[in-house]
Design a protein around this ligand. Sequence first.
Ligand code: GAP
Length: 534
Amino acid sequence: MDKIVALCKRRGFIFQSSEIYGGLNGAWDYGPLGVELKRNLKDFWWKSMTQLRDDIVGFDGSILMNRAVWKASGHEATFSDPLVECLLTKKRYRADQIEPQSGTVYHYWYQRIGKGMWNSFSTALAAGVTTTPSPVEFAVLVHKGKPEASANKVARQYYDQAGLPAEFEIKPTKFEQVENSTAFNPENGAQLSEPRVFNLMLKTYIGAVESEDAITYLRPETAQAMFVQFKNVLDVSQKKLPFGIAQIGKAFRNEINPRNFTFRSREFEQMELEFFIKPGTGPEWLDKWLEERLAWYESIGIPRAKIHVLTVPEKDRAFYSQGTYDLEYEFPFGIQELEGIAHRGNYDLTQHQNASGKPLEYFDEETKTKYLAEVVEPSAGVDRTVLALLCEGYDEETIKDEESGKEETRVVLRFAPRIAPIKAAVFPLLKNKPELVAIAKDIYKTLQPLLKVAYADSAAIGRRYRRMDEVGTPFGITIDFDTLEGAKEASTSATGKPIEVGQKDTVTLRHRDSMKQERIAIADLPAYLLSKVI
Ligand code: GAP
């Protein structure tokens, strides 16, 4: 993971937000290559949903919505995580993510008996002081087999915080064994507070006055606008059930503990589909969308074998869900959710119909009845998928440098061509040969309107190839002396056509993954490349 994070910064995929001011936890910026990767991913999702299917229409809702939406959806009351706080460092954690721990718990106390005078257990006993004034008590968990001294070290931090003098005696008053306790901070063994409910929505005020009436939230999911506008979209698109509404956009959650690079952020993007269906057909559509989505991930280079499908047990499902599959990817930091596919029943439409008083029912021409549609929702994270693509694509191999003959490590991002930030790089073999440069520039300008291409003329050709491998560019096009003088050998071109000895206007086409080089006629380049990246 460290190598991927370093590569992301070095080559301009992802930077920490507000870096020069020390950053902002849970927010990230996408650099020149990251934004291309992310855009290609979103474009391909959009195309898969709204262009390649007849039963889905696109939508783009606002981030700010009437607060009534969040009341009706249940987010204001229940979109929360249980939060615990470390009593020593004041750092906050999600209570449900605290790993149970076993070990010895050491108890301590101290007491201020006057200005600059302190008691610990033993000094207090010696002085005949019992528990007045009331002592401050705390406990520290030390994992099995670790010595008391490590508990004393943490206790010292408590005493330092309380301003106790350095010579103050550190001695536990008692100890006990615990098994699978979630009451202690796994990072330092200090006690955690009791869990309390923490709403994840980021609150803001609309207008000039920061009053209760002006409160709303940055949306925590894109979904709600699609439920609220269900009727409008249905009327204008004249779709019949089943049909879907697709949206890509930002969502915000005040996550207690953003972590694992971009995986859990406070600002992120979602690609969400609300697929409206006839009542009773939920389980069938849930399974169909599972298959669709697995095939889609495969088509962007994330193989099925790397995605774990979790049938979420009822006790762990969102309260509105009648069935959920989580699609989890094998990230380097563990198997974690990429996308959730949930059967939300008619919960959302019911809530918004009841709260707004506006009918959101569907009139079924076949049965001549009105009812509320149900919904199956495949909801994917853009940032998490970008991260999965980076993790899946990252590879290192030892190769022999073509020029020096020395062994070196080749870092390569094996992106599927359709999502690669740069599709092809054009290289004149030598930059001081005007004939080569002229042709290279001409090819570059011809390809530029069709796909994202790069032009690179400095450094040895091997180095230029390596730099493009590292950012996942699938094709290299080298204009060399055979281009000018004619091919020295007969071969079969990348398109399958023959290249004859002496044939001019051909270039070397280098494939990133295999490093295989073949010739191709310049005239065939646009069609060939387009067919590979679509
Ligand atoms: N509308 C349903 C919904 O929002 P969710 O499981 O909470 O469901 C859907 O979120 C997807 O959004 C997740 O599978 C994940 O990919 C992405 N996501 C959620 N919270 C995120 C966060 N804090 N940072 C990055 N991505 C997140």
